[in-house]
Design a protein around this ligand. Structure first.
Ligand code: SF4
Ligand code: SF4
Length: 107
């Protein structure tokens, strides 16, 4: 069986999937600096507490997509996006029904 090759097509679908984007202290620091905000301003405007209360997570747009997904389907904080976004999908176990919406997988 051949190995699946991945090439992101920048469709933005994974940024619309249900779920949360976790932030560690370094992500808060880097994203705030990138947006030229103080860390407190960034936390107030773009984050909330995770359901398990273990960390902060990014907020969502009204349609459920990540707050940083632009209308052009690109990540507005791409150079400093959180670790879980940078390691997607290589380090993820993606459910088949979601994987089918990712245009980057092909044989
Ligand atoms: S931070 Fe960027 S890459 Fe991560 S979910 Fe949001 S829009 Fe997508
Ligand atoms: S769904 Fe797949 S192809 Fe589309 S932006 Fe996400 S990783 Fe890239």
């Amino acid at each position: 069986m051949s190995e699946r090759i991945f090439h992101c097509r920048c469709c933005g679908n994974c940024c619309r999937w249900p779920g949360i984007v976790r932030l560690d202290e370094y992500a808060v620091m880097d994203i705030a600096a990138f947006l030229q905000l103080s860390q407190e301003e960034f936390r107030q405007q773009y984050t909330r507490l995770a359901p398990d209360r273990k960390c902060l997570i990014l907020t969502d747009r009204e349609d459920g997509a990540c707050v940083f997904l632009g209308q052009d389907n690109l990540c507005r904080i791409n150079p400093v996006k959180p670790l879980q976004c940078r390691t997607f999908p290589q380090h993820w176990q993606v459910e088949p029904e979601l994987q089918n919406t990712c245009q980057g997988f092909y044989q």
